[in-house]
Write a protein that binds this ligand. Structure first.
Ligand SMILES: [Zn+2]
Length: 153
């Protein structure tokens, strides 16, 4: 059976509204939420909050510097096929999963033509390589199970 993946043209910025990290205090699962700027964009977010549901650690950042996810190690990070597989959150992980799962992958096309800046079109070659498919899907499943139940709602 053929499974089709349609690239929705999502970019990496469509996923950074929320990302999972290791809590700096207890090293368990914590969530960083980004607040959009006044234009509603997450690209140059000014404010983020880190909340850990395990030890209660809370930190609010204003004008947080640096690129997303660089402050703390990402929770969804795994060695896979000798490479590093990572995702910001479950939506991101499951989007990658749908892509890897699909045997037919269709690009994203709008009125300006085919896009090549979508998150999927920029995935590294090893993720797109069909021979890595089964191992990547296994890694993704493991990563998904590492997310606490209460974060999956
Ligand atoms: Zn904690």
């Amino acid at each position: 059976m053929d499974h089709k993946f349609q690239d929705e043209g999502k970019t990496i910025y469509d996923f950074i509204y929320e990302f999972y990290v290791k809590c700096p205090q207890c090293e368990k699962f914590a969530v960083v939420k980004s607040f959009p700027d006044e234009k509603g964009s997450f690209l140059f977010y000014e404010k983020r909050s880190l909340i850990c549901g395990f030890c209660g650690f809370i930190k609010v950042y204003k004008n947080s510097p640096g690129i997303i996810g660089s402050d703390y190690p990402l929770w969804l990070e795994s060695n896979c096929c000798g490479e590093k597989l990572w995702a910001y959150n479950l939506e991101h992980l499951e989007y990658i999963e749908r892509f890897v799962y699909a045997s037919i992958r269709e690009g994203y096309c709008d009125e300006h033509g085919w896009k090549n800046n979508s998150m999927v079109s920029r995935l590294p070659k090893w993720i797109k390589n069909g021979k890595n498919r089964d191992e990547i899907l296994r890694c993704i499943e493991k990563m998904r199970r590492s997310v606490p139940e209460k974060a999956r709602a």
